[in-house]
Design a protein around this ligand. Sequence first.
Ligand code: NAD
Length: 960
Amino acid sequence: MGDPARKPDFEGLVHEVGAELLRRAAQARPSLFDARGLRGRALARAMQDEQLRAALFRFVDTLPQLRTNGEIAEHLRAYLRGHTLAGAWGRLAASVPLAAAVRASVKRVARNFLVEETPPAIRRTLAGLSRVPAVASFDAVGEAVLSEAEADRYLERNLLLLDCLARDRVAAPNLSIKLSALTPRFDRIDPEGSCRRVMARLEQLMPHIQALGATLMVDMEQHDLKPLVLDTFRALLDRFPGRDWLPGIVQQAYLKGAPEELGELIDEARRRERRICIRLVKGAYWDTELAAAAQRGWPEPVLLDKAQTDAQFERMVDLLFYAGERIYPAIASHNVRSLAYAIARARMHNLRAWEVQMLHGMAEPLMHAVAATGVRIRVYVPTGDLLCGIAYLIRRLVENTANTSIVRQTWLERRDPAELLAPPWPGAASAEEPVSRDGFFNVPALDFSRPEAREAFAAALDTVRAQFGASYPLQIAGAQRGHPDVQESASPAHPSTILGRVEQASVPQAARAVENAIAAFDKWRTVPAEERAALLRIAADLMDRRRHELAAWEVFEAAKNWREADADVAEAIDHLRYYAAQALEIGDWRTTHSFPGERNDLRYEPRGVTVVIAPWNFPLAILAGMTSAALAAGNAVIMKPAQAAQIVAHRFAALLREAGLPATVCQLVAGSGGTIGEFLVEHPAVAAIAFTGSREVGFDILRRASAMRPGQRQIKRVVCELGGKNAIIVDGDADLDDAVADTLSSAFGYQGQKCSAASRVIAVDEIHDAFVARLAQALDAWDYGPPEDPRFVFGPVISAQAKTRIERWIETGRAEAKLYYRGRVPAEGFYVAPAIFIDVDPSARIAREEIFGPVLSVLRARSFEQALDLALDCDYALTGGVFSRLPKHIELARNRFRVGDLYINRRITGARVGVQPFGGMGHSGTGVQAGGPDYVKQFMWTRVVSENTLRHGYVPPQEA
Ligand code: NAD
């Protein structure tokens, strides 16, 4: 190492160690790249062709779900279409033996990474490792845990692993565990409950860990679960303070702020005087983290630059190595540079108590090379079957074959050692801007993993509680005040709690509101679009500032849980901003086509007095959406909210006034649909009606509005968004983890009271039974209770009448089909226990009528095509969903499944303004979708002015 008197050249040492590692490692190839035959050829090709790689991995992802060789052949051909491998593989796979060979081949690749969960297989693996020599950490990998039974199964698998370790008296026993797999509800919105549920199962595991003196390594999961993982880890330390086990936790270097958080963890170990093992990894969910952040509009939690991550990893290695005896570092990497750095650092400090960790099946030559340096190696050994481990397998395959894969660069590309060992050189990482769509952004949902967000929301609930019982008088300028007709607004979860007293309009008062609107319209229509848009944007900003309080009102008045309430307010803000932008885009006069001597101009003009009749289920988003679109277009609006959500409507009206909107340009007229709603619809001075609600009322409005009444000067425009009987098709090859979780939230989120909710599932025969069983088990894990308590996902329905109506539907269902599952609910409040019916005949009423509650009808289909026919055999056409992995079925659905919003391999609720414009056809609506580019124009008409500018043969110069 040169002259010892000089300051040791640390980089030189890193290179020296690295060169030695590379030299030793070069003598063999990782077993994955050694594969011959079908598997070897496919992987070799996949390395060179990015698209083929994606196609192959998508195929592999589907494989566990495919039962027959015919299905395998069909999928393989579909995925490989257009690739050079396709011909050979497709032909081969079409023959039954070869399809079996494909399955076997993929299984062999899987076995490269995943060890069978049986005592002999584990023993064999350990024996193999002892020859390196290396020790192991076992990890039972698996599918998503969606029910208590699945969490129990995960616990059992871990107990079995511990039993194997105990029987074989394994040295340095170590078990890796995923906390989110110990409960079906590991939810950051309910940290205490989540922690309690996990702890209940950990308590069964811990005696075995203690008896073995083992390390329990808590895996880190996606970023938004990190605080919950850390809190639960701390609770585990509190609960099991003894020195008879070693607690371990993973830290990911790709997270922004990771070194600071690692520092806190080290401090905590010192404070507790507790030894902790910290496994340092770079992080395995980079793509997922970026996609999740982009979709939610949250800042990216991960570093964007790979070199930055590598540099941060090295900083964290230093932090761990300088941390002292309380920390036992486990450095997990397959990157020669990162490992050389750690080994060099450890040598410099003469550190012995640490280890290198590597994944089973990855970079074995490097593992041997590291072992030869005398550092302890621990191999992380995932166990489980192919079906359970598929997500894990795909991650590893991607990792090994990607261009940036260090394993690939080291062994296949044989890059220059100097390049492989160069210190990471972070580029100027571009802080990427969120993707802007014409200057419009969706307001991000609140991140309830942050305690500040939860505290602010809880405080808003208290603020709102203090306002219970207030009066909400009518505010119609010039209206005669008689004996006020007051309606009490009660909480669906606590019907005896009066939230407020809302004055209802009489017909003469509503008539006065129309007169006000007529007068206001004359001025408002001339206000430039810029000013109208500016007012709406001020209102949006105000709403953003009051976001928690408005959502808190929804929690009490409409019984929405925290997330649903927050999402509704966010959507309302989006509507205000989106339609403001639309108004600007529509603008003023535009030229259609002008000729010399002829000028032709067109302008969109508002229609006039517009009545907005809203439902209660999205109390702010729908009311604010219809209203702001009509206002943006220049109409004077009268809002008639649903009686079950009148307080939220009052808050919105007050907010518009505060934003500076003239009081008579947008008035609130509370009252019953039957009297006030009908009166407004029929009023001859009303030019447009925007209605969202049930089909029955919508059809009635369309009929009434089409009648010409004395004094009426125009044909009324009716914009209707009505109900749905939305179907999700579950294809035979569907990913059950996704299909179950997403169907669950689509069907039972907000107690099924969404127009977009799934109320039919059509499952293809071969998957039907497994799907239904898992769905019911997963639903059974939901907790029911008042929505102000974030522990509960599922709350009451909106009213006593709704409860009676839905219960009647359930009785109908009992007569028509087989009740497969019924939940339990509290006695107080308007709760309806969710129900799943199976063996539902397509002609049954529960298969055809909108129920608007937590009732799901499951139909069985022989094939995907038949499922599609059944889905389409319906009067409604609002939303629909498909879970399938066969490209041809997805394509078929795209073309034939004609509903307003079709969702593929995802939940069918939660449309975002400007991204998924929302609305249906058939009996579901009049067509042009809300939150889309054409919506505002429905509240307008076009007018053209054509002028002959020719004067006795003279064309004015500017037009010549
Ligand atoms: P609803 O039809 O009972 O009431 C909607 C509104 O219409 C309320 O303000 C009500 O007071 C008013 N109304 C009732 N009778 C009236 C009449 N005769 N004349 C004028 N107005 C009248 O619906 P709801 O129970 O509030 O909401 C649930 C329904 O709304 C479901 O069918 C659901 O699918 C539908 N919905 C559709 C969408 C969509 O975008 N397509 C969105 C939300 C809700």
